[in-house]
Design a protein around this ligand. Structure first.
Ligand code: KMH
Ligand code: ZN
Length: 304
């Protein structure tokens, strides 16, 4: 792993899994997504990871026209690195998922490195109420969803977005996903250094256990040596503890309402910026410095 002098904070502001009925703080209109992104950047996030949502219902959408309603505002009011999803939501086709990223050609985009069962709720119930808690942030009645990321899907996204010079946030939800990345690297389809986001505590992926944090890190070290930047996100209650541990181990962090709606035990966060401020405050207690967007661009060698 490459050890940066400064920690890169990514903020994932809305995602596709949480719904507006779960928290009033979750932004879904273009205005709110823009404002919360600006606030998160001002609080210390140098990368903003974005999904779009139907402004009326909050449902995930891949439509670039919706992205166009908030991206220019964020670009005008911050110099944050824009990172667009290519994961979309587990119900979208790969084409829908790529639609906005292909148009926008952002500095960064996500690239999910394998298929998995992904905790979700039946579509019919999405905008009604359901069980949702600090202990169990993902609802367990989604037994028939596959978040599809076949080798062909991955290669397609890699080729199309690679041609635009977009840097990938390689989303690795389990150990095998690291090996998948190594496979593409071995084939020469992608060049290091990689930005690897190891993900813990998504139901269907590797659990949020400390041993697993070490294991993912050691496996990445074994496969990629120091040719990768490491970042960590953990869902729900594990978000802050795992981010903190990763930063103490020389990694980078991701927070945001996409990954957890909470700020503390049982307490909903009031905004994305609140989570960014919290992790920044924790890291500053350990004398860890935060990378500015410009520093993040240099560290990750982004196209700018
Ligand atoms: N929802 C996160 C766990 C993507 O946008 O491509 C992973 C994610 C996927 O951010
Ligand atoms: Zn995402």
């Amino acid at each position: 792993m490459k050890k940066n002098k400064k920690v890169i904070i990514t903020c994932a502001v809305t995602g596709a899994m949480h719904t507006p009925t779960m928290s009033d703080a979750l932004p879904f209109t273009p205005e709110d997504i823009a404002q919360q992104s600006v606030d998160a950047a001002e609080a210390g996030a140098s990368i903003i990871h974005l999904h779009a949502r139907n402004p009326e219902t909050g449902e995930p959408t891949g439509d670039p026209k919706v992205y166009e309603q908030f991206l220019p505002v964020i670009n005008e009011r911050t110099d944050a690195v824009i990172n667009l999803t290519t994961g979309g939501s587990p119900t979208m086709t790969v084409e829908e998922r790529l639609w906005a990223a292909m148009e926008v050609k952002p500095e960064m985009c996500s690239l999910n490195m394998g298929s998995l069962n992904f905790a979700m709720f039946p579509l019919a119930d999405r905008y009604k109420s359901w069980k949702y808690s600090w202990e169990e942030p993902y609802v367990r009645n989604s037994d028939d969803f596959i978040f599809r990321n076949t080798f062909r899907d991955i290669e397609k996204i890699m080729n199309i977005m690679g041609e635009h010079g977009t840097k990938f946030e390689h989303e690795c939800y389990d150990v095998g996903h690291l090996y998948n990345l190594a496979y593409f690297a071995d084939r020469g389809l992608i060049k290091p250094p990689f930005f690897i986001q190891t993900i813990f505590g998504i139901m269907g992926g590797i659990g949020a256990d400390e041993d697993n944090l070490m294991f993912m890190r050691k496996t990445a070290d074994k496969l990629f040596g120091d040719d990768y930047h490491w970042s960590v996100l953990a869902a729900g209650k594990n978000q802050m503890p795992f981010s903190t541990q990763a930063a103490l181990m020389g990694g980078n962090v991701r927070v945001g309402l996409e990954d957890s709606l909470f700020i503390g035990r049982g307490e909903l966060a009031t905004s994305n910026a609140q989570q960014v401020s919290k992790i920044k405050r924790i890291l500053s207690e350990f004398s860890l410095e935060i990378a500015t967007p410009e520093e993040a661009r240099q560290i990750l060698n982004l196209k700018g």
